[in-house]
Every structure is written in C-alpha cells, then in structure tokens.
Design a binder for this molecule. Structure first.
Ligand SMILES: CC(C)(COP(=O)(O)OP(=O)(O)OC[C@H]1O[C@@H](n2cnc3c(N)ncnc32)[C@H](O)[C@@H]1OP(=O)(O)O)[C@@H](O)C(=O)NCCC(=O)NCCS
Length: 326
C-alpha cells in the first residue's frame, strides 16, 4: 500500500572558522592533548565568533542543505531546529532561521530540546508531520553554540564540546510502503528523567534567571550512553527484522570515540561501518549527527539506496534512533 515517506533530499553543515586544538586548551587548563585524545578521540573543536549566533550556524547549514536538495527557500513549510543553546529564551531559534533565510512565511517553525538526542527527536517529529499530510518540505536542523554554556575552568567538561550546525531537507513523497522505500523507515524515541542531574545546565529562566553552565557526571553518562545506544540499536534491528550486516552505515551522535567503540563491541558492529567525526569538532550536541552525515555524504561513503541508522543519547536522559534509506 502506498504511503508517504520523508525522503532526505539534501544535507548541509557549518562549522565556525575558529579551530581550537587540544594543545591550545592545555595552555590555560590543567590538561593535555594526550589525555583528551586517549579518553575521547577529540583533537579539536570549532568555536563561534563573538556575535555569531546559533541561528547563524543553523542558517548556514540549512542554506547548503537546500541548495544541494535543489529546493527553494519559499517551499520550506516546516522548520524544526534542535538546540539546547538557543539565541534567546524565546522566540524559537527556528523562527530566526526562517526569517534569516526567507523561508515560506506562515510555515511552521519551532525548536526541539532533547540535548544531544535533539536531531533524532527533530527528525522523528518532522517525519510524523510530513506523514500527516499537512506539510511537504521540512528543514530539520541541529545547531549549537555549546561554548557559551561551558565552564571554561572545568577541565572535565570544557574539553569535550564544540560549536557547529548540520541540517537536512526532508520531502514528503509517495512510496510503495515496503522496506525498499527511500526515506525515513523507522524511528524510536526514549527518555528517563530520573537521570536529569547527571548531565544538566545549572541555570535557567524559571530556576535561577541565569543561563548557567553545563555540569556532568562523566562516568555515569558514559555507562548509560553505551547501554542506551546499544539498546536502541537492538530495538531498531528487532523491530525491522534487519541484521547489523544489512545496515550500510551507522551515524551516531558524536560524543566520545570510546562510547562508540564500546557500543560497536557490544553489538558486533564492524568499526569501519561507523561514521566518526568527533575528532574534528568534539561533541556538538544536536548538530553532531548531521555533521557526521554531511562528512560521509561529501566523501562518497553514503550512497543512494544505502540504509543508514542514526542514533543518539543525551541529557535527560534522552535517546533514540532514526533508520532511513538514502
Ligand atoms: C569525561 C570522561 C572523558 C572522563 O573520563 P574518565 O576515564 O571517566 O575519567 P575520570 O572522570 O574518572 O577522571 C580521571 C582523572 O582524570 C582527570 N581529568 C578529568 N578531565 C581531565 C582533563 N581534561 N585533562 C586531564 N585530566 C582530566 C580527573 O580529574 C581524574 O583525576 P583524579 O584521578 O586525579 O581524580 C568520560 O567519563 C566520558 O567520556 N564520559 C561521557 C561524556 C560524554 O560523552 N558526555 C556527553 C554525552 S551526550
């Protein structure tokens, strides 16, 4: 039976110009390039310029995605921006991007707050809205300026994150309704708010009236990340009847190389099937999956027809997956 699918028409990415290496951080923090690389795989991060906003990063990535999709800005009737570092408490960063890019006035635009799982949540919501039939062309953007919420004196967290943005254009298309269809095939979302304190920002409009800084219980987050990401991959495989071998590319949230290696070992994923870009931009939260997607599309790894499994885990805790055929 024919069904509407959200087909991924184009992808784009943007990283701020300024690159900060581990060694540069080691000049002001009690850390070292060796420590950061061994524990996380991170070599460098990009930091937004003064005055460069999350919406600027998101707009740059979205613009590239639309050009590659060959879709005009005026055709975009839905903008979902996943971010935990919005320009302002409100209005949504998605509306700022809508205005900056001249996207269809009167289309829907809103932000999604699921921290590092934001892109997976955003894709799931946009997919549902396209399938509902009221929207035709969506931008799903992950954009972050985490440098603005880091405690730069805390070596245990400040070395792990960076700024960046990535975006995809989704288009509602009629497909046959089989697993050979192009587009989003299955999504799975989860959250467990009991772990809110393990990865949080110690500020907010309602609590402190300040922006606050990121705080993390690194060991607990690590442990849950491997478990939750492995679980949601297994769940996706069981629910689709697919095997690891049938997935062409795993594109996970880029938090830490060791988390990805731990997950790969647990499930038996060959490491060369996992797209890893964390070395180049550190953890960019909601932006990291589309940044990794973009890298694997630019270097020709992901090709039309490939099955791609995206998965993430973040503050909340939140976690989830999106399975799509390119
Ligand atoms: C943060 C993380 C890399 C720390 O690695 P770890 O092996 O757990 O290290 P620990 O926290 O036990 O700290 C070990 C030592 O390194 C020190 N250390 C922490 N950060 C450091 C840094 N940047 N440079 C040098 N030493 C550092 C600690 O102070 C501690 O020293 P001590 O033994 O003298 O007390 C790891 O827990 C992790 O990756 N967690 C997940 C983080 C993440 O990805 N979060 C986002 C998910 S979306």
């Amino acid at each position: 039976m024919a069904v509407i699918r959200s087909v991924i028409r184009g992808c784009g990415a943007y990283l701020p110009q300024r690159v900060v290496s581990n060694s540069e951080l080691a000049k002001t923090l009690d850390t070292s390039d060796d420590w950061i690389r061994e524990r996380t795989g991170i070599r460098q991060r990009h930091i937004a310029a003064q005055g460069e906003l999350t919406s600027d990063l998101g707009a740059a990535a979205a613009k590239q995605a639309m050009v590659r999709a060959g879709i005009s800005p005026s055709a975009i009737d839905l903008v979902v921006c996943a971010t935990s570092t919005p320009d302002r408490t409100f209005p949504a960063t998605a509306t700022a991007i809508q205005a900056k890019l001249g996207l269809k006035p009167g289309g829907a635009a809103f932000d999604v707050q699921a921290v590092c799982s934001g892109f997976v949540y955003g894709m799931t919501i946009a997919d549902s809205m396209l399938k509902g039939g009221d929207f035709k062309q969506a931008l799903v953007i992950g954009a972050e300026t985490f440098s603005r919420i880091l405690d730069w004196e805390d070596r245990a967290t400040s070395v792990l994150f960076g700024d960046g943005a990535g975006a995809v254009v989704l288009e509602a298309q009629m497909q046959k309704g089989t697993s050979a269809d192009r587009g989003v095939l299955l999504t799975r979302l989860h959250a467990d708010g009991r772990y809110g304190d393990d990865l949080h920002v110690d500020g907010g409009p309602s609590s402190t009236q300040t922006v606050g800084h990121l705080r993390m219980n690194g060991r607990e987050v690590f442990r849950h990340a491997v478990t939750n990401i492995s679980d949601v991959i297994q769940e996706t495989l069981v629910d689709t009847g697919l095997t690891v071998d049938e997935i062409d590319w795993f594109v996970p949230h880029q938090a830490n190389r060791r988390i990805l290696e731990g997950t790969a070992k647990k499930i038996g994923i060959p490491i060369d099937k996992i797209v890893m870009t964390v070395d180049k931009h550190a953890n960019t939260s909601a932006a990291s999956i589309p940044l990794a997607l973009n890298a694997a599309l630019e270097d020709g790894r992901i090709k039309e027809g490939n099955l791609v499994l995206m998965e993430a885990m973040g503050g909340g805790f939140t976690w989830g997956s999106v399975l799509a055929r390119w």
